[in-house]
Design a protein around this ligand. Sequence first.
Ligand SMILES: Cc1cc2nc3c(=O)[nH]c(=O)nc-3n(C[C@H](O)[C@H](O)[C@H](O)COP(=O)(O)O)c2cc1C
Length: 449
Amino acid sequence: MNVLVINGSPKGTNSITLQSMLYLEKILSEHDFSYLNIGPKLRMLEKDMAEAEAMIAESDLLVFSYPVYTFLVPYQMHRFIEILKESGVDTRNKWATQFSTSKHFYDITAHRFLKENMLDLGMKVLPGLSADMEDLLLEKGRKELLDWWKMTEFRIEESISETRDTPSNDTEIKPYSECIPKEEKSSEFRISIVTNADRNDIPLLNMIADFRNALCFESTVYNIREYPFSGGCLGCFSCAINGKCIHKDKFDDYLRSQIQNADSIVYAFRISNHFTHSSMKCYDDRQFCNGHRTVTSGRPTAYIVAGNLSSERNLQDLIEARASVGGNFLSGIATDENNTTPQSLKNTADSLCYALKNSIEEPKNFFGVGGSKIFRDLIFEMRGLMKADHRFYKAQGFYDDFPQKHRKKILMMKFIGLLLSMPGASKKKGLMTKGMLMPYQKVLDSANK
Ligand SMILES: Cc1cc2nc3c(=O)[nH]c(=O)nc-3n(C[C@H](O)[C@H](O)[C@H](O)COP(=O)(O)O)c2cc1C
């Protein structure tokens, strides 16, 4: 079989992910592997897809190989998918699968995103493999890699491919034109609206204008599609040492001094290819200059989304997860679906203003707690390198919930366990549940009206 590995790591041939593909090539002598390294070739591919087209045409199986970057694929891979779709290169009925390495922080949203796009391209999609970045170093990891490959071969032989999780909903949405009167603005709080709206996308620009009209606080729009990025994040980790990005386009200063200086950041975009235009992905990945620090935690957020959000389950999860991991209260998502746009914009603006005035916060859900714990463990392990992250995590108390730190609680649990294992204890109904309620009872007892 001719296997084309589409390598989406910005590190090119230095990619950790790629090593697994090279490993497979070594042990699977019956297959011919070739490689398309997107990262270093992106600008060239934007101008000319001929080489990529020829490589795709010659292949029997495409393997999209990439590191997970900020909930999704890296900007470079995202941009390649955009170009591939625009180019009209024939990928119909081509077998395709995906392989990623990461720390499993939102590998699921990345895989679903790529799967949806592969299906859009008419490919016959096979389940991918999401490996930890160190799996290849372990015998177990190598076995899992081979098992996945065997399943891939089996599925091709038996013609077992995947289908779409969510049906594609192509409901026509009416272009939105402004209609909300402008409110009096207070400068008590400042809101940054980050968008990647195309200059010609008048309906989305109108939604942003009306959202601003409905806000009672001042806001500034940052159109990052027009920012002169010199490129996407390169994953070089230079910023882990001094917080400075290796790119010379001053984006890190701009991000910190302008956008992140506000009391709230609102995102406004049009859905495209199951997320939005890749300029937003470039913006997201480049925030890695702040490492894994949730620097806007405690500040509310909101989204303005143009397009069929209700048919994009993965994107809905992504929005909720980004807010929960970041510690940002999600005040609302305004959409232009169902012809209720003005109401949706006004409700979201009102909720955001209320959240700002009243310092509203909410507990993290599974998306937030799970994601935060992955980073907590990672930074603790890597604290010798990621010093700024470690200092931040310590100051924020992110390590306080390590079980070994709760000596009192552990002792208490041992004590309760001992009590419950005494003869006759199990017969006393509700002893356990009552015992568990004790600390809550304390709170209730001391609560004042
Ligand atoms: C900008 C950036 C964003 C990242 N985002 C994620 C993420 O969302 N989830 C995760 O588990 N790992 C994330 N990582 C870690 C990479 O996925 C991981 O290090 C990967 O193995 C690197 O593979 P590569 O060497 O092939 O590029 C990120 C790394 C960088 C540099």
